[in-house]
Ligand binder design. Structure first.
Ligand SMILES: Cc1cc2nc3c(=O)[nH]c(=O)nc-3n(C[C@H](O)[C@H](O)[C@H](O)COP(=O)(O)OP(=O)(O)OC[C@H]3O[C@@H](n4cnc5c(N)ncnc54)[C@H](O)[C@@H]3O)c2cc1C
Length: 413
């Protein structure tokens, strides 16, 4: 066996933020890997499609972007959505407004697709295998990890990172825990070129993020590429039964009626908010994003504070490790932080180990150390997320959120 054959072979499952960021960092340090992703390779046109904004935080998401050497490129892509935050109640009365933090408090917003492109550009094309859906993973008698990609084959690796999101197949090698419904579901809608075509709606939601909250429901918007307004229409429900019929079964008129005429949903909300929702339904149906409307999506979470014992040859990061609802804006930040820390763990072990067996011996206790830090920070974020979900989806979420923002501002001053 040649020296290069005996080096550990590393796989990353999942090309979301955590998998791609880990890939960039490993590549930067000359550690080879193969990343398997179930989707097709995205083309440049996805950059023009609204994909939701992610605000990155200094100690986590932004630290990872800097470590990837992408800070300057990142700066060019944060102009679509300002850091402005508007909170209003169901009658469109503003309860809080601020223009975002500056310096170390700044949390710039980047489109999900743009972040994907930025990271992808720093990974050699031959390191990624697209359209490879992992069906299951198991451990071989020689302690390697066997990955079953169905018709794409069964492949073995010495070390596998599960960056495969909520329904991770790699997590099954570590723990039996599974995600469960978190109590909220949402519809995604988009309005393109909003400033010129819908100036009143554009003014209503502002240049950044807007939370319109009340009666255990919420309409949350972010500005984005193509001068868009992305709208998440969210409700809290006891179970996952869709809160409105799948739109495949509806035309725009009946979906609008279901949303804005029913007093159980948004029928008693201000005319401005109802106009925002109705316009977004119409607009979404005529854009390429119409599939977004397909049906309300339930939000899932993993148990807060769940832990596991590190197992040889595997690690999990991002949503695969600590899926939570998006109400504290921490998911992608934790995912990138995990990538940064795990990359250091892998690189350290790679540099010391002569061969695959030695790599496994060195890396397993280091992964255990990595896990402990990840457990601590993800538990904190999951608790905050859960608290926020109760607060945002309370009877007067707008006042509760305004009070929370006032308390933050007081602490910062
Ligand atoms: C509506 C919504 C809004 C959100 N807003 C925010 C926000 O504002 N801020 C924030 O911080 N977070 C937000 N989040 C959470 C954030 O999106 C996630 O935490 C983040 O994407 C996690 O990144 P990841 O790489 O771990 O997982 P993912 O982004 O889920 O990526 C997993 C990847 O693995 C691939 N994959 C899955 N299964 C397989 C398989 N079997 N084989 C091969 N590939 C596979 C998937 O195709 C995907 O590319 C939001 C989430 C939702 C649902």
């Amino acid at each position: 066996m040649s020296a290069s054959d005996s080096r550990p072979s590393i796989a990353i499952i999942g090309g979301g933020p955590s998998g791609l960021c880990l890939g960039v960092l490993l590549h930067k340090h000359g550690v080879p890997f193969t990343l398997y992703e179930l989707r097709d390779k995205p083309d440049d046109s996805t950059l023009l499609t609204p994909s939701g904004m992610l605000d990155l935080h200094q100690e986590s998401g932004l630290a990872a972007i800097r470590a990837c050497g992408l800070w300057e490129d990142f700066q060019k892509h944060i102009l679509d959505c300002s850091e402005e935050l508007i909170v209003m109640n169901k009658h469109a009365r503003v309860t809080h407004r601020d223009s975002g933090g500056s310096g170390p408090q700044s949390r710039p917003e980047i489109a999900r697709n743009t972040l994907t492109h930025l990271l992808l550009e720093s990974i050699p094309a031959e390191s990624i295998r697209w359209e490879c859906k992992l069906l299951s993973a198991s451990r071989t008698s020689t302690n390697r990890i066997s990955l079953d990609f169905g018709a794409k084959g069964i492949l073995e690796h010495d070390f596998v990172v599960g960056a495969d999101g909520a329904w991770s197949k790699i997590r099954n090698l570590i723990t039996t825990v599974q995600p469960y419904y978190g109590g909220n579901q949402y519809l995604t809608l988009d309005i393109l070129n909003a400033t010129t075509r819908y100036p009143a709606l554009s003014t209503l939601v502002g240049t950044g993020s807007c939370f319109i909250l009340g009666s255990k429901k919420g309409v949350v918007s972010h500005r984005g590429v193509q001068d868009s307004i992305r709208l998440y229409v969210g409700v809290s429900t006891e179970d996952e039964t869709p809160f409105c019929a799948p739109s495949a079964d509806l035309e725009a008129g009946s979906l609008k009626r279901a949303l804005v005429d029913s007093s159980d949903l948004f029928g008693t909300w201000s005319e401005q908010v109802k106009d925002l929702i109705s316009t977004a339904v119409d607009e979404t149906l005529v854009t390429a994003n119409a599939t977004q409307l397909s049906e309300p999506k339930p939000l899932y979470m993993l148990p807060i504070g769940h832990t596991w014992e590190a197992q040889p040859g595997v690690a999990i990061i991002g949503d695969a490790a600590h899926l939570m609802m998006p109400w504290a804006g921490e998911g992608v930040n934790l995912a990138l932080w995990d990538s940064l820390d795990l990359a250091n763990t892998i690189i350290q072990s790679w540099d010391k180990a002569e061969d695959a067996a030695e790599f496994q011996q060195i890396v397993t206790p280091l992964v255990s150390e990595f896990d402990k830090k990840m457990f601590e920070r993800s538990k904190r974020a999951a608790e905050e997320t859960w608290k926020n979900s109760k607060m945002l989806f309370s009877d007067d979420g707008a006042q509760a959120m305004a009070d929370m923002m006032a308390a933050f501002q007081q602490m910062a001053s």
